[in-house]
Design a protein around this ligand. Structure first.
Ligand code: OAD
Length: 261
């Protein structure tokens, strides 16, 4: 409780707090994380850093494997699709959205591709690793919902520019789309507090954001059941699952706001 109050104090006093979220936030929605026990990469092995190069060299073969994997149990694509298709936002997502509605959290940078932040009501959202329900053209960068696009010829091509279309999800070895990365960097530069929820801090550039923000004087809060690589950078650590901690944190901030009226 002390750590929740300490985190609430930081957020309530901040002028520009942002959140950085990861797979742990969606764990209580039934979506597996990547690392740690039951993580997708723990179970199946982490994809190669050459994944994007493999896609670029043979997009047709990549799409054939992708569509087959989506329908065949026993691989991370199937597990993630199955989990996300059946998932709904949990109290952790709802509390993050409530903090934005309260004006406390100004934006959310998420590494999650499951779309649950939007469904929970987060609006100023940067999906740094893309969104698995979207497709993206690698030439012009235009995005559209996969559900609105009939995938017939492989690889699919962009109706706007004729470029090759891939999943919007950022692959290992693929650069983050520059507009998204620039928008994230601007938020990191601007924030005076950063709330880390459910990320191991294992993947850059997102893992660098708390360190960069801290260097500039931002206060860092971490919400995670276990210590991570980012724990040493945190001013306050709230140890526990996001689905329990985040509603308590939102409640503590709400109570402060009511008292200060
Ligand atoms: P990880 O799987 O690396 O880490 C998940 C974190 O969530 C761990 O630190 C867990 O302890 C924590 N966690 C587990 N359950 C939790 C809960 N109920 N509440 C809060 N935290 C919990 O996932 P990410 O850090 O998101 O990238 O991984 C970053 C990127 O690595 C992903 O976006 C993905 C992956 O490769 C791409 O696929 C491009």
């Amino acid at each position: 409780m002390d750590s929740i109050n300490a985190a609430a104090d930081i957020l309530a006093a901040s002028e520009y707090a942002i959140a950085l979220t990861g797979a742990g936030l969606s764990a209580e929605s039934g979506i597996p994380t990547f690392r740690g026990q039951d993580g997708l990469w723990t179970k199946y092995g982490q994809p190669s850093n050459l994944s994007y190069r493999a896609f670029s060299q043979d997009p047709q073969g990549w799409w054939e494997r992708r569509l087959s994997d989506e329908d065949t149990p026993g691989n991370p694509t199937y597990d993630l699709k199955d989990a996300v298709d059946n998932a709904v936002p949990n109290p952790g997502h709802l509390a993050v959205a409530e903090l934005e509605t309260m004006g406390v959290v100004k934006s959310v940078i998420t590494q999650n591709v499951d779309g649950l932040h939007s469904r929970a009501g987060s609006r100023n959202l940067l999906e740094i690793h893309g969104n698995r329900s979207y497709l993206r053209c690698i030439s012009c960068g235009s995005r559209k919902p996969r559900a609105t696009y009939i995938i017939s010829d492989l690889p699919p091509v962009c109706p706007r520019c004729g470029g090759i279309i891939k999943m919007d999800t950022v692959m290992f070895g693929e650069p983050i789309p520059s507009a998204t990365l620039e928008a994230c960097s601007a938020e990191v530069q601007r924030c005076d507090a950063m709330l880390l929820v459910g990320t191991s801090g294992a993947v850059s550039p997102a893992a660098q954001f708390p360190l960069l923000a801290r260097e500039r004087g931002a206060r860092i809060i971490e919400v995670n059941p276990v210590p991570t690589q980012l724990t040493p950078a945190a001013h306050v650590v709230v140890s526990g699952p996001a689905g329990e901690v985040m509603p308590s944190l939102a409640h503590a901030i709400r109570t402060r706001a009511i008292r200060s009226r």
